[in-house]
Write a protein that binds this ligand. Structure first.
Ligand SMILES: Nc1ncnc2c1ncn2[C@@H]1O[C@H](COP(=O)(O)OP(=O)(O)OP(=O)(O)O)[C@@H](O)[C@H]1O
Ligand SMILES: [Mg+2]
Ligand SMILES: [Zn+2]
Length: 511
């Protein structure tokens, strides 16, 4: 009796636990049983496997076939086990040498013709396979993704029969060569900050947001450069390190999106449309896929025209904004995807866009304005560290404004230097500081503390604002290369929370 063993990888959040596929043939009435918590798509693989084996010129054993996907308590989803199941049956029926499977892990779908097909989520499987010191067999369409993992051995196989010839050593396949190692991305052909004229205050807020990783909301009338500023924030961020790049690529791989070579180290920038649903934003589905919040992990989630998003849709973002990950519950258990992103949002102050604009007349009723803002709930606004007005400027076209506009590259030098200071002091950026860390790294002297207490009283600030304000002041001090937070830094931090300090729209819109 032979029990053939083939190895594959499941997908659980962004991890890829090993699945051992044990195949056993016994005498008795011909049957094909799949056990070990297979879900619908895996159960269907029986038909694909049978056809692929027959159309590849092999025999489908007319015996009792039992395939066990172990461990049995791990839900198995998708079509990724097809090839491993087929190889297990061929090995158990001695049509290929069963020892040949020991050094491989196998992740591919089979077509009825025996061709290998691309599956989602190969990157985490490849990473885990490399760590287990095995080689990975994938469809040719998955090679690029798999070879991104350093020091991995990848064997691409076009068809089941070609792969079996390789395993029988009658005709060898060619091993894949690794993709060229990614270089640190240059700041080329990206839209530059120098294209944004004027908007001194908004640009300053922009720089501080980039330096400390703070969430930011730009609001103001139409056509003042809100979208321009928001889309340029990504270019101020530091490149991802190797570990982060893998993590980001793994999430994208599970979502079926491949990260291009030239973007490998660039923090992701995601800009979902305001018609997006809640699952599109935070992920979901019967086979859970990451949503935009996870695709923006370690990068930027840009929500343009913020109030146009459904309120429920925005509310689901509160969890990842607070915890840095998304938990999706399904019948078979919960799945967790990382979602630590910087939120960048833009909005008009009212439906017509001109509320509070001295140069134009707003046509909205107070009720319409209030309703518009009520869509951006108080708890969400609380989590947006910087709220800055991008007002219409009169001298917009004057040469004084055009002269000396700073490029993204030059602002980036400052933001990166400020980030280096944060890392050296506390091992993380200011936005990620916990309350206790904040007490250590952002202490105030007595007069500054008194000043802050007074400001809180005066503006009747929400206590939840306190720590966000302190983190912001810490970043402002870092950009100014000051070891301690001063009153000036706090004053600027207060000014950057414009909607709390001086609401630009009717009160009662905040929780
Ligand atoms: N400060 C600016 N400097 C240079 N060009 C600008 C500026 N503001 C607006 N523009 C021009 O106006 C266009 C629209 O800008 P942008 O899309 O950023 O406006 P917005 O504030 O997002 O408007 P809306 O509220 O309608 O979305 C830009 O493509 C650019 O041509
Ligand atoms: Mg816009
Ligand atoms: Zn209006």
């Amino acid at each position: 009796m032979i029990v053939a063993i083939a190895y594959s990888r499941a997908q659980l959040g962004i991890s890829a636990p090993l699945v051992r596929i044990e195949t056993h043939l016994t005498n008795g009435l011909p049957a094909f049983n799949l056990v070990g918590l297979p879900e619908t798509a895996v159960r269907e693989s029986k038909e694909r496997v049978r056809s692929a084996i027959l159309s590849s010129g092999f025999e489908f054993p007319t015996r009792r076939i039992t395939v066990n996907l172990a461990p049995g308590d791990l839900p198995k989803e998708g079509t990724r086990y097809d090839l491993a199941i087929a190889l297990g049956i061929l090995a158990a029926s001695v049509q290929i040498p069963h020892e040949s499977l020991a050094e491989f892990e196998v992740v591919a779908e089979l077509a009825l013709t025996g061709e290998l097909r691309h599956v989602r989520g190969v990157m985490p499987a490849a990473r885990a396979c490399q760590l287990a010191s095995r080689s990975l067999i994938v469809a040719p369409d998955n090679v690029l993704e798999a070879t991104r993992v350093r020091n991995i051995r990848v064997l691409p196989a076009p068809t089941l029969s070609a792969l079996c010839s390789h395993l029988k050593q009658t005709k060898l396949l060619t091993w894949a060569t690794a993709a060229p190692s990614s270089e640190r991305p240059a700041l080329t052909n990206q839209r530059c900050l120098s294209e944004v004229r004027g908007q001194y205050f908004a640009k300053r807020a922009h720089e501080i947001a980039a330096a400390g990783g703070h969430n930011i909301l730009f609001y103001g009338p139409p056509g003042t450069g809100k979208t321009m500023l928001a889309t340029r924030l990504a270019h101020l961020l530091a490149p991802l390190d190797d570990e982060e790049a893998y993590e980001v690529a793994a999430i994208h791989s599970i979502a079926g999106v491949q990260r291009a070579d030239e973007h490998w180290l660039v923090p992701p920038f995601r800009a979902p449309h305001h018609t997006s649903s809640a699952p599109a934003l935070v992920g979901g589905g019967s086979t859970p896929r990451p949503g935009e919040a996870s695709l923006a992990h370690r990068g930027i989630l840009f929500l343009d025209e913020l109030p146009e998003f459904g309120r429920r849709v925005l509310d689901v973002l509160r969890e990842p904004l607070e915890t840095g990950h998304v938990t999706i519950s399904r019948a078979a258990g919960t799945v967790d995807f990382p979602a630590t992103f910087q939120l960048v949002a833009a909005m008009n102050p009212c439906p017509c866009g001109y509320h509070g604009d001295p140069g134009a007349t707003c046509r909205c009723t107070p009720e319409q304005v209030r309703h518009y803002h009520s869509r951006v709930s108080g708890p969400l606004l609380d989590r947006i560290d910087i709220q800055i007005e991008v007002a219409r400027e009169r001298n917009w076209l004057s040469s004084a404004v055009t002269a000396g506009l700073e490029s993204s590259a030059s602002v980036r030098e400052r933001t990166l230097a400020a980030r280096v200071r944060q890392w050296a002091r506390q091992g993380k950026i200011n936005h990620q500081l916990s309350v206790s860390e904040l007490n250590i790294h952002a202490p105030l002297d007595r007069p500054t503390e008194k000043f802050l207490a007074h400001a809180f009283e005066h503006y009747r600030l929400n206590p939840r604002t306190y720590h966000r304000l302190m983190k912001l002041a810490r970043t402002i001090a870092d950009v100014a290369e000051c070891p301690r937070i001063s009153q000036d830094h706090l004053t600027e931090a207060l000014a950057l929370r414009r909607l709390e300090v001086a609401p630009a729209w009717p009160t009662g819109t905040k929780a």
